[in-house]
Design a protein around this ligand. Structure first.
Ligand code: COI
Length: 358
């Protein structure tokens, strides 16, 4: 056990709460280019996590031999804190993100984090930075925990030393308008048996070139197909993908080792019955979606992830042809987004225990 609680209490900064509003333009900013004032850092050495510290955000120093710089032993998470309408701070699905972090760490041969480090550490950091969680239905404080291999060694191996850090960054709408997406028929995001289910940096790095090519052709995002047959839908961009068929069925690819076990995906599946949507998690051929649209069915398509929550898709391009999905105001995906937002802000009851109030 890293004894984070005891350690955190000993830190001189811990009792100091900053109350004034940060000098930051909350109306007009780009996501992810600014961290808040403080960060959490912990070290893994000699087989244990220790040395927890919350302090000012500062640069870290690494040897050029540090293993994370060479062989991709990195894992991250992304979650959000919201202001509830009665003034509390809600860290949404903290425990689910903790569990997924540890599944990703395991896949990348990295040591698991104890709950006391991840959960208590994030609670403590967010409550110290509470002035960054403003009351605005479009706003969230994005929480980025991550771990990197820090042993200095060029031999390909699992590192013995690691750093775990948590930084926070303000976030408003991630994508602003419905997306044009193209089905990628050459590159794949992740192969069966690969690390696609882990939130490992390499999965995102490998997606950049195909994404750049899609952008050049005028598309906002990619729909990824499976590695074996290039027939089945896997994800969209950096998100899981869902469809609503004729306003009745919520359809999404079943999880596998090449698909990220999205927490927003899971939240939506659990909320679906309240919206009278029947859930189907199964393999979905791209041709099924194309055929349904072509035959005049009402098909909604949308990316789902923590950062963007729901990203409506307005057009799917497949092998040079274009197919329009349903994005009218009465689309079910907007109701789902609203429902999630209401739970997060404490307006709607949270029967699943997803809210972690600090
Ligand atoms: C998400 O959709 O939450 C993501 O994973 C995107 C993130 C890498 C910014």
């Amino acid at each position: 056990d890293c004894q984070a609680n005891a350690f955190l209490k000993e830190l001189p900064m811990m009792n100091e709460t900053i109350t004034e509003k940060p000098d930051f333009d909350f109306e007009n900013f780009t996501f992810g280019v600014q961290a808040t004032d403080q960060m959490l850092v912990a070290k893994y050495e000699n087989g244990a996590w220790s040395n927890f510290q919350i302090g000012p955000v500062k640069n870290i120093s690494l040897s050029p031999l540090a293993m994370c710089l060479h062989y991709g032993q990195t894992v991250f998470e992304g979650l959000k804190a919201f202001k509830t309408t009665d003034g509390k701070i809600n860290i949404f699905r903290l425990e689910s993100h903790f569990k997924r972090m540890n599944r990703s760490l395991e896949r990348m041969a990295m040591p698991a984090l104890p709950a006391s480090c991840f959960i208590d550490g994030i609670r403590e950091l967010v409550s110290k930075e509470s002035q960054w969680v403003i009351d605005d239905p479009e706003y969230a404080l994005y929480i980025r925990p991550f771990a990197i291999a820090t042993e200095n060694k060029l031999g390909v191996d699992a590192s013995h030393d690691y750093l775990f850090m948590v930084i926070l960054s303000p976030l408003k709408a991630y994508y602003n308008s419905p997306l044009r997406v193209v089905v990628e028929t050459n590159y794949i995001r992740s192969a069966k048996g690969g690390a696609g289910a882990a939130k490992n940096g390499g999965n995102y790095g490998a997606s950049l070139l195909p994404q750049q090519k899609a952008k050049k052709e005028g598309f906002d995002q990619i729909i990824w197909l499976d590695s074996n047959e290039k027939k089945y839908i896997e994800e969209s961009g950096t998100m899981n993908i869902m469809f609503i068929l004729n306003g009745k069925t919520l359809l999404t690819p079943a999880l596998s080792d090449s698909i990220l076990d999205g927490i927003t995906r899971d939240s939506i599946i659990k909320l679906a019955p309240e919206l009278n949507l029947e859930v189907e998690e199964r393999s979905i051929q791209i041709s099924e979606i194309i055929d349904r649209i072509a035959s005049g069915e009402q098909v909604e398509g949308f990316g789902v992830g923590t950062a963007a929550v729901i990203s409506p898709i307005k057009e799917i391009s497949y092998k040079g042809d274009s197919f329009e999905t349903y994005v009218q105001e009465d689309a079910g995906m907007y109701r789902i987004k609203e429902m999630l937002s209401e739970i997060r802000r404490g307006i709607r009851p949270d029967p699943f225990g997803w809210s972690d109030l600090v």
